[in-house]
Design a protein. Structure first.
Length: 365
């Protein structure tokens, strides 16, 4: 952009210079005609030959600027300016004093010689192409050189996240499996401590699933098939029951029976889990969580802290968190948004501060 601006300024300046040179030629021709008119005036006889030229046109006007005589194909109009031009011709006007042969003004004109201007344009175009290629190449290599440490750090961080999530899978699965065995076989009475372990383990498990999805998103294979969303929501409510009980949240389910949706089962779990997790995390203690399932949509409503209007438009972007006092990485709604876009659904979020949030997902019938 800077070189384009500089080239444009150079072009305008050079063009004016070229036109000025041609105007100087007209000025010289004008003085030449004036001297010839003076000679005609002194040697006045019955026959006068107007001093015309094949290379330019001229005309003389009286004191009232009325046309007397000239070599123009069409009678010109006298302009007030000393020199001016249109798209095709240059004009130079000069006063004649004293008024030789009754002429008070002389106009001289010729077509603009565009060959030097075209040559100038060609040079600037070639210069811009060469400069553009040079600076693009230079910028590419310098950019890669300057960003190499950052790219290496990002690549190392990505490998670290992938390795960490992989290593987390086994201990998380082991903890959850043993908790289920304890609850199933009743070896120990379910205590508050065990409940906390279960909540923490399920939270880690959900974070692991989200990170795995983000890392493998480009290579993720979806097996789309009919899924009973009604049953899936009920199962996930049971999964989050420990978290709900720990915060004293009341759940209200308004579900139509046997709602079938064409979706990958893992995407269905991921979608519902992230919405329920956010509704629990940002809900008030002893609040209410309402889940409404109809033929057209799924709505999850909480009575939590809400989201400011200025944050609503960006709330589904990755790493965006409207409230930093709560935990989380800001990837839950981003994953929800990715799943929604994958199936052509519509995500709509409405919220009021300190009153709650409603997330609606609409799908085609």
């Amino acid at each position: 952009m800077l070189f384009s601006l500089a080239s444009w300024i150079f072009y305008v300046s050079s063009k004016h210079h070229l036109l000025d040179e041609q105007r100087e030629t007209l000025k010289y021709q004008s003085e030449n005609i004036k001297s010839k008119l003076r000679l005609l005036h002194k040697t006045f006889d019955d026959i006068l030959i107007y001093p015309g030229s094949k290379t330019f046109d001229s005309a003389i006007f009286d004191l009232d600027k009325v046309y007397i005589f000239g070599t123009f194909a069409n009678r010109p109009t006298l302009d007030q300016s000393d020199h001016y031009n249109d798209e095709k011709r240059l004009y130079h006007v000069t006063k004649i004093e004293p008024h030789y042969l009754g002429a008070a003004y002389l106009m001289v004109s010729k077509e603009i010689d565009k060959s030097p201007i075209s040559a100038l344009q060609e040079k600037i175009i070639w210069f811009m192409l060469a400069a553009g290629l040079f600076f693009t190449t230079l910028g590419y290599f310098l950019g890669r050189r300057f960003t190499a440490p950052m790219r290496d750090s990002i690549e190392q961080m990505n490998h670290f996240i992938q390795d960490t999530t992989h290593e987390l899978n086994t201990p998380i699965s082991t903890i959850l499996t043993n908790i289920e065995m304890i609850e199933t076989y009743g070896k120990h009475e379910k205590s508050e401590e065990l409940q906390r372990i279960e909540i923490a383990s399920k939270t880690l498990s959900r974070i692991y699933e989200d990170l795995t999805y983000l890392n493998l998103n480009n290579d993720y294979y979806r097996e789309v098939k009919p899924v009973n969303i009604t049953k899936l929501i009920e199962e996930r409510i049971v999964y989050f029951s420990t978290m709900l009980q720990s915060r004293g949240i009341t759940v209200r389910l308004e579900l139509i029976p046997q709602k079938i949706l064409e979706i990958d089962p893992n995407d269905g779990v991921r979608l519902i889990d992230n919405l329920l997790s956010n509704a629990i995390k940002y809900n008030k203690k002893n609040g209410t969580l309402t889940v409404k399932l109809t033929e057209e949509s799924l709505r999850i409503i909480d009575t939590g802290i809400g989201i400011a209007q200025k944050d609503l438009k960006d709330i589904s972007k990755r790493f965006k968190r409207a409230n930093k006092s709560e935990g989380g990485f800001g990837i839950g709604l981003d994953i929800v948004n990715q799943v929604v876009n994958s199936y052509g659904f519509v995500l709509h979020i409405t919220s009021q501060l300190n009153k709650g949030t409603e997330v609606e997902i609409r799908w085609k019938k």
